[in-house]
Unconditional design. Structure first.
Length: 413
């Protein structure tokens, strides 16, 4: 029997408790022994809840109990998650967390503390929800040279974009529903502004490269500006709008960004809807592989935490080498990223076609019935972001003189 503790009895923490109870026999068989929750830490009381008798309000009860070998952190945020996790690792306990903010901000240090104390700091649930992408990277793809990772890494925004596209819902309506279903973070800013995807992408690239990747260096845009009209054009082109986190490694140089993208119909990410996440990994021997599953939600995320607990239980007296070192890998400027650009422009196409071409090169024109007469759209060929921004600056006043205005820009494959 291995004694465990859960810090934070919210959506994910209570999910872990449920998974451990529901799949007790399977988990015991996989771990080689039973996992017993000895404590649940939370500030609140939960009268009548199955975890009621395990509740403690003081972290030192867990830290100071030598019987507790594995601790789950599902509090979210940095304070007090960071000091609590560090104290547990220093006390020689394995820690499994679902907290990407913690892993992105303090992963390097916590991995080092775990190494020093011969325990494990595991964070499968921090990225891709229930998809075992972290384990895939440090185990199954460990012998591959990975050159690109592109993914839909946030369930909430994918759910919102799917609802807006499929059901014509507005942004706020779809966000409320995502929150009700337990997908969104407490403060949905992290989801809708792309910060959550950005942190997850940094974690993945640190796993891929074995070096620290600072999420704050990744250029990030969210989905709050995506409009109903954008979906009309996307549909007309057979494309989908997805919040994509994308990173490439070329001769040791890392480029990355998080942006809403018009994804092509033949890209497997195009069909990934609802709360699902998917990650495409390009590597030199395997080629492109895709990892798909529930990217958020109570039980899928808890399932990933349980998998880490099993791994920790199977390596109770051993450090599993996973993660990255303190050596830093900088992210290149997004100015050098290359993609196509989709521009919605008010006015008549004839009034500005020569102007557009002189700055953007030859562009394809797209119109949709619903907006015909008031606006049209163009799609450029692939360009450097920096070149596009320069061109856009010069283009705007010339278009204005011709009675046209760019009202929306989206990046596209
Ligand atoms: N809010 C996150 C999401 C939870 O929607 O993907 C899972 O990390």
């Amino acid at each position: 029997m291995v004694y465990t503790a859960i810090m934070g009895y919210g959506t994910i923490g209570s999910g872990v408790f449920e998974v451990l109870r529901e799949n007790r026999a399977e988990i015991a068989a996989a771990a080689g022994q039973e996992l017993e929750v000895k404590y649940v830490l939370d500030l609140r009381d939960f009268p009548g809840d199955p975890a009621e008798e395990k509740l403690v309000h003081d972290v030192s009860v867990i830290v100071n109990d030598p019987e507790v070998r594995i601790v789950v952190e599902t509090m979210g945020g940095l304070d007090p998650a960071y000091p609590f996790v560090k104290a547990c690792l220093e006390a020689g306990k394995h820690v499994a967390t679902s907290n990407k903010a913690l892993v992105a901000a303090y992963g390097t240090e916590l991995l080092a503390v775990a190494r020093e104390h011969h325990v494990n700091f595991m964070f499968e649930a921090s990225t891709g929800g229930g998809i075992p992408i972290i384990r895939m990277l440090y185990r199954c793809l460990a012998g591959e040279k990975i050159s690109a990772v592109t993914g839909i890494l946030n369930g909430t925004t994918n759910y919102i974009l799917t609802k807006m596209d499929r059901d014509g819902e507005d942004f706020c309506q779809a966000l409320k529903e995502a929150q009700r279903l337990g997908y969104a973070e407490k403060d949905p800013t992290a989801d809708v502004e792309g910060y959550d995807t950005c942190r997850k992408l940094a974690i993945l690239m640190a796993m891929v490269t074995g070096r620290e990747v600072d999420y704050q260096e990744i250029y990030t845009e969210g989905i709050t500006e995506v409009q109903a009209g954008d979906f009309l054009y996307a549909r007309a082109m057979g494309r989908a709008i997805k919040l994509v986190g994308s990173a490439c490694l070329d001769a040791g140089r890392l480029s990355a960004w998080v942006v809403p993208m018009l994804v092509k119909p033949d890209n497997p990410l195009c069909g990934v809807g609802d709360v699902y996440n998917a990650i495409l990994v390009r590597s030199n021997m395997l080629g492109t592989s895709m990892y798909y599953g529930s990217g958020a939600g109570k039980l899928p995320t808890a399932s990933a935490v349980a998998a880490d607990m099993i791994e920790a239980a199977a390596h109770l007296d051993e450090h599993v080498p996973l993660g990255w070192s303190a050596e830093k890998l900088s992210v290149e400027s997004a100015e050098n990223n290359v993609c196509r650009y989709f521009l919605r422009i008010t006015g008549r196409p004839e009034a500005c076609s020569g102007i557009l071409e002189s700055y953007l090169g030859s562009c394809g024109t797209v119109t949709v019935e619903e907006l015909a007469g008031t606006e049209f759209a163009v799609m450029t060929a692939a360009m450097r972001e920096g070149d596009f921004r320069e061109a856009e600056k010069k283009l705007r006043p010339e278009l204005a003189a011709a009675g046209c205005e760019i009202v929306r820009i989206l990046r596209a494959e």
